[in-house]
Design a protein around this ligand. Sequence first.
Ligand code: SF4
Length: 288
Amino acid sequence: MGGPARYNHGAPHRYLLKPYAPVLALRGCPNRCTFCDSSAFACSTPLRVRRPRKVVEEVRYLQARYGVREIQFAEPLFNWNRDWVLEMCDRLGRLHEPVAWSCHVRMDSLDEELLGRMVQAGCWNILFGVESTNVDVLNAANKPLDIPQVFHLVKAASRMGCQTTASFVFGLPLSTEKTIRQTIEDAIYMEPDYAQFFLHKSVSGEPMHEGDRVLSGFEVRANEIPGRLYLPKGIASAEQLRELQREAYRRFYLRPNYILRRTRSLLKPGQIARLFDGVSRLGGLLKP
Ligand code: SF4
């Protein structure tokens, strides 16, 4: 028998302080984006939301019992309701021992004032679900977003000192090489600290558009969720989609400006180990 399993800390940009712990403040999502598991499972797991007081009691317990210094709110959508988020911020901001926290947001239910309250209450890291910057693709995915507002909020969060990750999905219905290339350009121009580019996996009950296909037996990479690949009519093959994904990672992370920005951040303590971890993960994503 070997020794105890090594704890996998996840991607280095996902945490700031150790020890950290995940907390689930709600289950499910009130939205119905066509490509998302949370939407597909909505019938079996309806939205269940915990009271902010109970969530913050759990945070206090984790601090006292395990010395936890950071909380990762693990639900796919934290800002499901503005008043609920404000109450969470009030309570988290009043903790005797401040806690750093991170969360995932949907951009059409976010505004600059709410963002400011979240950052004041200790939120240091936000994942923004952008998916695409093409309006038709977003509408077909039942996730209409105001793209100028998306740019504005990502930049506002950065100005407030919050780390930003923008998440994109390639292969949504109506997407083509052109819309994906535009999304890559926009991801670069948006300037989040990190970007992730997923391939669209078909989810149960998702409406199929005419001419679109679903491929089984698609080879998945480490850290990728297994599943059947959704290929929209405008994309010729899985290989084309994979190549666009590689191009996105290459163009986003291997820009001289970006490398310079990240190099400057190495001046902060503990960043060199993170950099090596990040570079080895990027190497995996760029492999042919
Ligand atoms: S993508 Fe986000 S907002 Fe849309 S259904 Fe999934 S969790 Fe909800």
